[in-house]
Design a protein around this ligand. Structure first.
Ligand SMILES: Cc1cc2nc3c(=O)[nH]c(=O)nc-3n(C[C@H](O)[C@H](O)[C@H](O)COP(=O)(O)OP(=O)(O)OC[C@H]3O[C@@H](n4cnc5c(N)ncnc54)[C@H](O)[C@@H]3O)c2cc1C
Length: 370
């Protein structure tokens, strides 16, 4: 197996991190939220019905944010190629769903000059898209080798998109993504291989994390990890779209209800019944927002699928460690940090939710030695 860590770093340098405060007074909202994962590969296809051309764009599991800008770019191109007659700039277009996939799809259409775009959604707030961490985390690149040729360019497009925001080079977004050190176990660096070999991300280096309390951990670091502040990005995306796009609060029970000839289906979990697509599964995740933290201590991301306290019971139910500097717009600057995590697909052994929150805190306490 290739070692993707830089060579001359056998021991690694030491980095000091102040552990987060994880006692009762520092814990905020507990969140249980659902990922829609489409087995094998997210949905990227176009179907032609009597009334519509429908482009499907859902089922991203734990990588929705990671891929969304690239997926939106790809699906709009695919629709243009597959439609017998290309849509004109004034064709009515409906985007169903106002999560990250729906909003980025609408943004892509807007940037391409389409003028009559409507977003229809049952819900606009409190979506999985608001709750996600979010680390640029290429989960699909990890598990679905057959679909790499499709996913890889999408993931690179998305990385470059967020990198532009993080480096203040994006014409529309001045904030919402930042470059931060991402600490992961050394044996997990291959998860990011696609970015490294494409030259968009520098290779990881070996480091030893020192928490100043006698606990040290050998880890790897990608100094250009991308952190996406999801609440802020959802807010900014909506603000950019609002003057040009019609937003309608409506639940769609059948795709035939839509009047416009072009439809983008970005309904996440609902695609299971709406399409219907039996490959779509629900995968629950547990997160805890933190409060009363020192923002200076939150200048990094931690993501580990292995390590103290992690257990991978089977591929459908996993426990891991994550800590990201998530901040909800409008809250106190000291309300920063989110910890997790779990991944439990439907059909897997049920976790007891309250116990799971306790487990997350315990796992992180063991990791940080507190
Ligand atoms: C705990 C957790 C942590 C995560 N962390 C990360 C991470 O670190 N990095 C990452 O890349 N991703 C992460 N994700 C995954 C990411 O959040 C999702 O992949 C992404 O939010 C999915 O976006 P979406 O737009 O497809 O769906 P959603 O956000 O679920 O939005 C679906 C939209 O469709 C609408 N809709 C559904 N059905 C209908 C209907 N019948 N009629 C009208 N409207 C309808 C809904 O109202 C909503 O507006 C995480 C997810 C979870 C749960």
């Amino acid at each position: 197996m290739t070692d993707f860590l830089t060579q001359n770093q056998e021991k690694g340098s030491v980095r000091f991190l102040q552990p987060p405060s994880l006692d009762k007074d520092y814990l905020g909202k507990k969140i249980i939220c659902q990922r829609a994962i489409r087995q094998q590969c997210p949905a990227f296809w176009v179907e032609k019905t009597k009334k519509h051309s429908i482009a499907h764009n859902y089922g991203y599991g734990g990588s929705g944010w990671t891929l969304a800008p690239g997926a939106a770019h790809y699906i709009v191109q695919l629709l243009q190629q597959k439609m017998p007659q290309k849509p004109t700039k004034t064709t009515d277009i409906s985007v169903i769903g106002a999560g990250v996939l729906g909003l980025f799809t609408a943004l892509e259409l807007l940037e391409q000059g389409y003028k009559n775009i409507t977003i229809l959604a049952e819900q606009f707030q409190d979506l999985p898209s608001h709750h996600a961490g979010a680390l640029l985390a290429p989960a699909f690149m990890e598990v679905n080798a057959d679909y790499q040729p499709l996913i890889h360019p999408i993931s690179l497009y998305a990385y470059r998109f967020y990198h532009k925001i993080a480096t203040q080079k994006h014409p529309l977004f001045s904030k919402g993504a930042s470059l931060l050190p991402l600490y992961i176990p050394r044996k997990e660096t291959e998860r990011f291989l696609g970015y490294v070999t494409a030259g968009v991300m520098k290779p990881a280096q070996k480091v030893t994390l020192d928490f100043g309390n006698g606990t040290t951990r050998p880890m790897a670091v990608f100094d250009e990890g991308i952190f996406i502040n999801t609440g802020l990005m959802m807010e900014t995306l909506t603000t950019i779209l609002k003057p040009y796009v019609t937003f309608i609060n409506q639940k769609i029970s059948d795709l035939s209800e839509i009047h416009s000839p072009v439809v983008f289906n970005c309904t996440g979990l609902s695609a299971k019944t709406l399409v219907p697509d039996s490959l779509v599964k629900k995968a629950v995740g547990h997160l805890i927002l933190l409060k009363n933290q020192d923002p200076q201590d939150w200048q990094y991301m931690l993501s580990a699928h292995s390590g103290p306290g992690c257990d991978v019971s089977d591929s459908k139910a996993k426990r891991f460690l994550c800590a990201f500097p998530k901040h909800i717009p409008g809250t106190s600057p000291t309300d920063i940090g989110v910890i997790g995590g779990t991944y439990k697909e439907e059909g897997a052994e049920p976790f007891n939710d309250e116990e799971e929150f306790d487990q997350i805190i315990q796992r992180l306490k063991i990791f940080y030695g507190i």
